[in-house]
Design a protein around this ligand. Structure first.
Ligand SMILES: N[C@@H](CCC(=O)N[C@@H](CS)C(=O)NCC(=O)O)C(=O)O
Length: 202
């Protein structure tokens, strides 16, 4: 078993943090996406969409998509439960993880795609889209600050996959010169707490 990884990229980091929270170690193989190794025929046979991470099982099967890979390990190693337990908690964590992906990570990714110099040769950049998405990110940070004024973690009183997605997205935003404004005390408090967990260094 191994995971195709790239140390600097946010999605594989989600899986590394998840595994660290579970106390699991899986060999990693670095795929340099900045050099386009993931866009070469050999890797496209593994994942036709070219994205990393990808989990390769010992029997030759593959799983792509960070959350699918995390779910696989959750099934095999249920504790600590990072996708929740019971119908309501599981659905709540699912809701929040999807919100972190679609409403926080996606606009941050759009800022990266449309404004960052490293994506200039890969994407037809439309700077106005990047600037507009920056405003969306700012709105989402304000919303998260309000939410985190009501509970300890993103999806409730327990750390979950939603905290992993949220933290990884917010850390990735720093590459795009977006940081948490000092007045967002609850968001700051949460970010410091999740960043202090040993898994954050994975
Ligand atoms: N939805 C996928 C996204 C995978 C993805 O886009 N990964 C990025 C790295 S964070 C990547 O491989 N980018 C390079 C490329 O697509 O060429 C997941 O959650 O795993």
């Amino acid at each position: 078993m191994k995971i195709y990884d790239f140390k600097l990229a946010p999605n594989p980091r989600r899986v590394r943090i998840f595994l660290a929270e579970k106390g699991l170690k899986v060999p990693l193989e670095e795929i340099d996406i900045m050099k386009g190794v993931n866009r070469q025929a050999q890797f496209l046979r593994i994942n036709p969409l070219g994205g990393i991470p990808v989990l390769e099982l010992d029997d030759g099967r593959y799983l792509a998509e960070s959350v699918a890979i995390c779910r696989y390990f959750e099934e095999l190693h249920p504790e600590p439960a990072l996708f929740g337990k019971g119908a309501f908690e599981r659905a709540t964590i699912e809701m929040w993880n999807r919100r972190m992906e679609f409403s926080v990570f996606t606009p941050i990714g759009m800022v990266w795609a449309h404004l960052h110099e490293l994506t200039r040769t890969r994407v037809k950049q439309i700077p106005e889209v990047g600037e507009q998405q920056k405003k969306v990110v700012e709105m989402r940070y304000r919303w998260l600050d309000e939410e985190l004024g009501q509970r300890e973690f993103i999806a409730g009183d327990k750390y979950s996959i939603a905290d992993i997605t949220g933290m990884v997205a917010i850390d990735f935003a720093k590459f795009n010169n977006i940081s948490i404004a000092p007045e967002y005390k609850h968001l700051q408090r949460w970010h410091q707490a999740v960043s202090a967990r040993p898994s954050a260094a994975a």
